[in-house]
Design a protein around this ligand. Structure first.
Ligand SMILES: [Zn+2]
Length: 409
């Protein structure tokens, strides 16, 4: 068994049920998916372990739905009451077979294609946490690069984002079976529960990339298939409403998610308390030079941003954290603190450069009581530079129906 899917619940004819799938491979490289339902799904979810070999007898075959299944079999197995599963301990070690696609070629692949890919993992981001609908989602990305020096952003979710198996400063070779192509930020890859990651596989393909990487001596001129967030294409989680500043200010109401997408200009930035010292492990604010959780080591400076921004309709004071400062200033909080000490004039220039420029903001508004007075606070969850190409395209989309109906084209 080379991959194990999540337990999913569903409702059919008013009755709730559970379903769960695993992907199997045999010594000849044949691949097939096996699915179990309800109590059997619960039992097998406990029994089945990734990388273990099993004997499975008496399953039912059905034709595979290729939309959800990229394995090389035309069939799937449904496991039922009569199915028997036992562990095979004396079997040979079965290696996963890959059909690697060069990263360069992903540019021409359709959305939702499921592929195998190998490369060196670079620039892994820290894990981020956010609420989407009623679910808490963890997300982390890295860039996968092969010897064509083309890189693609690859996203991991939830448990995998929490515990990818390597650290942010490491650059392992990663082989992925079953990565899905998305059109998020240009072309990107996303890893779902059925995707399998192998780190530093002992294969020729991996060795070739290592040799290439080492021979470049850190002088790689790479090309990205994915446009970096904050530098180009943008992504809006579903709960955000596109608004003007005035609509955002008037649009606050209790008992709903007050998430707004606004475009505007920064008119002024507070230069008091622009950063705070935080623990380099748990990110908590240092108290009297110590991490409240007791970690040791050099503190990291993170941004605390307070700014005023506006569009033609209204303006608002808004606050943001580290990611916001990084996008506005293009340097880390530590670099910012050094600049503050060593070259205060340069700091003023950096701040002036960030003002009077347009940005796209994702804002969360919340109600707060301060000195018996209710106030709405605006927190910047994300800030991005405006992507003019994308803005123009969406404007054309909005205009097109009107132009056509008036016979202008
Ligand atoms: Zn700590």
């Amino acid at each position: 068994m080379f991959s194990k899917g999540p337990m999913r619940s569903y409702v059919k004819d008013g009755k709730p049920g559970y379903v769960f799938s695993v992907d199997l491979i045999d010594a000849d490289g044949g691949e097939i998916r096996a699915t179990a339902f309800n109590e059997l799904a619960e039992t097998l979810n406990q029994t089945f372990q990734v990388d273990q070999t099993y004997y499975i007898s008496k399953g039912h075959l059905k034709v595979a739905n290729k939309r959800f299944n990229s394995l090389n079999s035309e069939f799937e197995i449904t496991l039922g009451k009569e199915t028997q599963v036992s562990v095979c301990d004396d079997g040979e070690v079965i290696r996963v077979q890959y059909n690697f696609v060069p990263i360069e070629d992903i540019a021409n692949m359709p959305k939702d294609a499921v592929i195998d890919v190998i490369g060196i993992a670079v620039e892994m981001t820290p894990v981020t946490d956010r609420t989407m609908g009623d679910r808490n989602v963890k997300r982390r990305t890295f860039k996968l690069m092969d010897s064509s020096a083309v890189r693609i952003e690859t996203t991991m979710w939830d448990e995998r984002a929490d515990n990818p198996g390597w650290a942010e400063n490491e650059t392992p070779i990663i082989a992925i079976k079953g990565a899905k192509v998305t059109e998020f930020n240009g072309k990107s890859l996303t890893l779902n529960k059925g995707s399998r990651i192998e780190m530093n596989p002992a294969t020729e393909a991996a060795q070739q990339i290592v040799n290439w990487y080492n021979s470049q001596g850190g002088e790689i001129v790479s090309r990205d298939l994915s446009v970096e967030r904050g530098k180009g294409a943008s992504f809006t989680p579903a709960s955000y409403k596109e608004s003007t500043f005035l609509d955002m200010i008037n649009g606050f109401s209790d008992n709903v998610t007050n998430d707004f997408e606004v475009k505007g200009w920064i008119s002024s930035i507070s230069d008091k308390n622009t950063t705070y010292a935080s623990c380099n492990q748990c990110k908590k604010k240092m108290q009297e030079g110590m991490c409240p959780a007791g970690h040791s080591g050099q503190p990291v400076h993170r941004y605390l941003v307070q700014l005023s921004a506006c569009d033609v309709t209204a303006s608002a004071w808004m606050g943001g954290f580290d990611e916001v400062g990084r996008v506005m200033y293009g340097i880390s909080g530590d670099e910012w603190v050094n600049t503050e000490i060593e070259d205060p004039n340069r700091k003023q220039v950096i701040m002036a450069n960030a003002t009077c420029r347009p940005y796209r903001f994702l804002i969360k508004a919340s109600k707060e009581t301060y000195k018996d007075e209710e106030k709405i606070r605006y927190r910047i969850n994300r800030i991005e530079n405006i992507d003019y190409i994308k803005e123009s395209m969406s404007l054309i989309d909005k205009l097109e129906p009107h132009i056509e109906s008036k016979g202008l084209f």
